[in-house]
Write a protein that binds this ligand. Structure first.
Ligand SMILES: Cc1cc2nc3c(=O)[nH]c(=O)nc-3n(C[C@H](O)[C@H](O)[C@H](O)COP(=O)(O)OP(=O)(O)OC[C@H]3O[C@@H](n4cnc5c(N)ncnc54)[C@H](O)[C@@H]3O)c2cc1C
Length: 428
């Protein structure tokens, strides 16, 4: 079970199958470092690893434990690129910056697998490509547009249809698909724990169970306060994503936390497990309320999708995921379901991540819109470059971008979920 979490979303398959990990101490007393990092998910840990490797001193502090947030709970799908297609990215950032962002985000999946190899992280990595599947004719058009857009920037995605699609999926529920060879999947909590150990080995100090409650500028430096200690650092990275609390409103109000949930079967026998996604691929589909699925430890089948803010709605969403799994893979009929869990992704209204200067020498990187396994790892690299005074990052640094009427955002999300559900039922 995920410690200190609402039981309705705490029964994580990843926690149940996590590798042994060192227990990191809580912060006591006064520490100093070149760089302090708040949040030990993929963003903060990737930044810590790269900063430590560059020779700067770095301290990471988490309110809970490394990987406790979205990084230890997600679908483990390594999805290259941003949500928007390359042409939209170019329009948004401008041609030169857009080109850099497209390249960095596109290569982010390969970076994840390289890091895993370099640091020998035991997290069941499968670099078999990432599949997007069209649930309707409209979805097929969306994927065709995406494929053409990537083709124009020199990245060929594989078109899947007919027998090829059926064989790859082990289901005939989808109209067509595309496979991005740069992606794949992994065990997300073990990847986070492995990153923590790699960062620690490279010289980063990691403190757990130490929520930062205040940030105070002191001369040219900044001091972070926790209940029992302080860290004074020349530079601060805020990497709290969908778990950014209200202690730092400029960060919290730049994203909308949206709950995503997953359910997993009991271990499946070889016959059934082998008939579903036999190549070990992970899939996201084109529904407005996107479904994402794969297999996991013990040959289990894992299905994920949108949750709700309340417990009742979340339980309903979890049951709907079990039911839709049977529609897509009827061979699952009669199998038991062992785990159900969830967490917050951080969404932004324009679907672009944020790299924001919050105060002098304080920067935040967040807002991956459910694409953070690869992108948060990449953002950690960008943040590490910033900490090393690199001024030419692949994503532009902006000021804080608070969302208008942020306090009503949850209502907006609830309305949007209902709207998409309606549209999904009417899809061509
Ligand atoms: C259910 C689910 C499924 C998902 N599936 C996928 C997927 O398949 N593929 C994909 O690419 N992405 C997926 N995502 C998104 C992905 O998990 C995230 O984008 C990514 O993990 C974000 O990493 P992070 O390090 O920025 O944030 P997090 O991992 O959320 O880490 C933030 C950390 O900050 C800490 N923190 C917060 N406040 C404080 C404080 N005051 N002091 C100290 N520490 C603090 C928290 O304890 C937490 O550990 C999914 C997300 C969820 C929730």
């Amino acid at each position: 079970m995920i410690a200190n979490e609402n039981p309705v979303i705490a029964d994580s398959l990843w926690t149940a199958t996590a590798n042994e990990s060192p227990v990191f101490p809580s912060l006591q007393g006064a520490e100093t470092a070149d760089v302090a990092i708040i949040g030990a998910g993929f963003t903060g840990l990737s930044a810590a690893l790269h900063i430590a490797q560059s020779g700067q001193s770095v301290i990471v502090v988490d309110a809970e434990t490394p990987g406790w947030g979205a990084s230890g709970r997600n679908g483990g799908q390594v999805n290259p690129g941003l949500i928007e297609n390359p042409d939209v990215i170019s329009q948004y950032y401008g041609r030169m910056q857009g080109h850099r962002a497209i390249t960095a985000a596109g290569n982010a999946g390969a970076r994840v697998f390289d890091l895993i190899r370099q640091h020998d992280i035991a997290c069941d990595p499968k670099q078999v490509g990432w599949v997007q599947a069209a649930h309707s004719e409209d979805g097929a058009e969306t994927l065709a547009t995406k494929r053409a857009a990537w083709d124009r920037v020199g990245v060929p995605l594989q078109h899947l249809a007919g027998a090829d699609l059926h064989t790859l999926m082990g289901s005939d529920a989808y109209v067509s698909g595309i496979r991005d060879p740069r992606g794949g999947n992994l065990h997300p909590l073990n990847y986070a724990l492995g990153l923590a150990q790699a960062a620690h080995k490279a010289g980063a100090q990691i403190f757990a169970q130490s929520p930062v409650v205040a940030m105070i500028p002191e001369g040219g430096a900044t001091t972070l306060k926790t209940a029992a200690g302080t860290i004074t650092a020349g530079k601060v990275l805020i990497c709290t994503n969908g778990y950014s609390g209200n202690w730092m409103p400029k960060v919290a109000q730049s994203v909308i936390p949206v709950r995503s949930v997953q359910v997993a079967t009991a271990p499946l026998g070889d016959n059934i497990s082998g008939s579903i996604l036999p190549g070990g691929h992970s899939v996201s589909d084109t529904r407005g309320l996107l479904l994402y699925f794969r297999k996991g430890p013990g040959g289990r089948f894992i299905m994920g999708g949108r949750g709700a803010y309340g417990n009742r709605g979340t339980r309903v969403a979890q049951e709907e995921l079990r039911q839709v799994s049977l529609q897509i893979f009827p061979q699952l009929k009669g199998q038991g379901w062992d785990h159900a869990w969830g967490g917050f992704i951080a969404s932004t209204p324009d679907h672009f991540p944020r790299l924001m200067e919050i105060a002098p020498n304080v920067i935040a990187g967040l807002g991956y819109n459910g694409r953070g396994v690869a992108m948060a790892t990449e953002m950690g690299v960008q943040l590490a470059r910033w900490a090393g005074d690199d001024v030419e990052l692949d994503f532009p640094i902006t000021g804080p971008k608070p969302i208008t009427l942020h306090r009503f955002a949850k209502w907006g999300v609830t309305f949007e979920v209902a709207r998409r559900k309606f549209l999904d039922r009417r899809a061509r």
